[in-house]
Design a protein around this ligand. Structure first.
Ligand code: SR1
Ligand code: MG
Length: 412
């Protein structure tokens, strides 16, 4: 599908910036260096820096999916969803996102701070770097976004208006298909190495798993609890090392944002920690690194819970009692485990894989992938009994022991 708006290039960016009044003065366009760095699945991303060191980042939606090309048309209006997600987070956790400069609805361009010196967390995890504290920031981000956009904080009329405005059907459909349906059937979007075929066949023939994945999909499609990021994987987080040796983090890319289940955001984080942990096991990383990874999900959950309990004191509506919060948190923890499993399985079988697993050499690749698939399957099926992040971590430990001792399934 051809674009009916100007597609930006590094050469046209200075003139574009000059033509947008609210971007004036952020950078000196006469000395601007521009690079297109979009390595995600969907958009063009231009990072710009002037001679004085000032920066800006522009993100433009194409009218199709970048990773597939023009054969997969996709609304460029998704930039509005991203703008909505950024604006909501700017109101609740401005310190956890890049500064947002505005959106150009005609040319489908979003302008934000250029996080110079920051790097995508997934890459740093892949390379074995420890950024202490980032996992907590994600819990803080999810809690604040959820609370501030939900009926816990807002009048019901406002929530209904916002829910309608934030409907994001095309992007939701990607998730509905890629995460909850395609991995469990034969589909052209799927791919995996031959060695994994028996593990994949075992998943697909597991009727209980299929039913529980259906339950998770139904919740994703109908559970409009709050505005959620809806694509909160470790590639949507930028990190940097602070002078005190701890990590700092910024959440990016909320273009899948819509009113959905809060556990989906936490689950996305957990599913991606699972991939990172499986990689570390398969590679035989140091105990220090593996121990740090093993605590990430608990850290994120604890920060989420602490922040929700803190925010709870500000709720205006007495309907929402302390006991309600206790029950709701129990449900969200279970949802997060289930969604975490769904998000992990899609990254092994379906379209849009993750470098945590894909960059491993063949033997390690199959081992790590099998660890992810088996752990994730148990998370989905047993999420109610597991109930806690701590118990979900024990599943991972058991699966690692099992795969290391017996290897992965074979056809024999
Ligand atoms: C076809 S788009 C593939 C994936 O990229 C995004 O980051 C989402 O995770 C989506 O599912
Ligand atoms: Mg993205």
């Amino acid at each position: 599908m051809e674009a009916d708006y100007e597609i930006l290039t590094p050469e046209t960016i200075p003139a574009y910036i000059d033509s947008v009044p609210n971007l004036a003065g952020i950078v000196d366009t006469s000395t601007l260096e521009v690079a297109e760095v979009g390595d995600g699945n969907l958009n063009l991303v231009f990072v710009c820096r002037d001679a004085a060191g000032n920066g800006i980042c522009l993100k433009q939606s194409l009218p199709y999916l970048r990773v597939v090309g023009e054969a997969w048309p996709l609304t460029p209006e998704r930039v509005i969803a991203e703008a909505r997600g950024l604006a909501a987070a700017a109101a609740s956790t401005p310190h956890l996102i890049p500064t947002y400069y505005g959106v150009d609805k005609d040319r489908h361009v979003l302008a934000m701070e250029n996080l110079m010196g920051w790097e995508i967390w997934r890459g740093k995890l892949n390379d074995g770097f420890i950024h202490r504290g980032v996992a907590s920031l994600l819990g803080e981000y999810v809690a604040n976004l959820a609370f501030s956009t939900s009926v816990f904080a807002l009048d019901q009329m406002e929530v209904k208006e916002r829910t309608a405005e934030a409907i994001n059907p095309e992007l939701c459909r990607i998730t509905e298909n890629l995460v909850f349906t395609e991995p469990y059937i034969e589909h052209d979007n799927n791919s995996f190495v031959d060695e994994l075929a028996p593990e994949v066949a075992a998943l697909r023939s597991d009727e209980r798993l299929r039913a529980e994945v259906g339950m998770m999909k139904f919740k994703f499609m109908t559970g409009a609890e709050a505005l959620i990021h809806a694509d909160l994987h470790t590639g949507s987080v930028m990190v940097m090392m602070k002078e005190d040796g701890t990590g700092d983090g910024r959440v990016i890319d909320p273009e899948f944002a819509y009113y959905g289940p809060v556990g989906f955001d936490l689950g996305a984080v957990f599913g991606n920690y699972l991939a990172a942990r499986a990689r570390a096991e398969a590679m035989g990383r140091s105990d220090e690194f593996k121990d740090w990874l093993s605590g990430l999900a608990q850290e994120t959950w604890d920060a989420f819970e602490t922040e929700m309990r803190r925010l709870w004191a500000t709720r205006p509506d007495p309907t929402w009692t302390d006991s309600f919060l206790d029950s709701w948190l129990i449900q969200i923890e279970k949802d997060s485990i289930g969604f975490g499993g769904c998000k992990a399985i899609r990254r092994i079988i379906g379209l849009a894989k993750v470098t945590d697993i894909e960059t491993l050499p063949p033997g390690e690749h199959a081992t790590a992938a099998a660890i992810v698939l088996r752990t994730a399957s148990t998370w989905i099926k047993d999420r109610d009994q597991l109930a806690t992040v701590a118990a979900s971590n024990e599943v991972f430990d058991r699966v690692v022991d099992e795969v290391m001792a017996n290897g992965i399934r074979t056809n024999n």
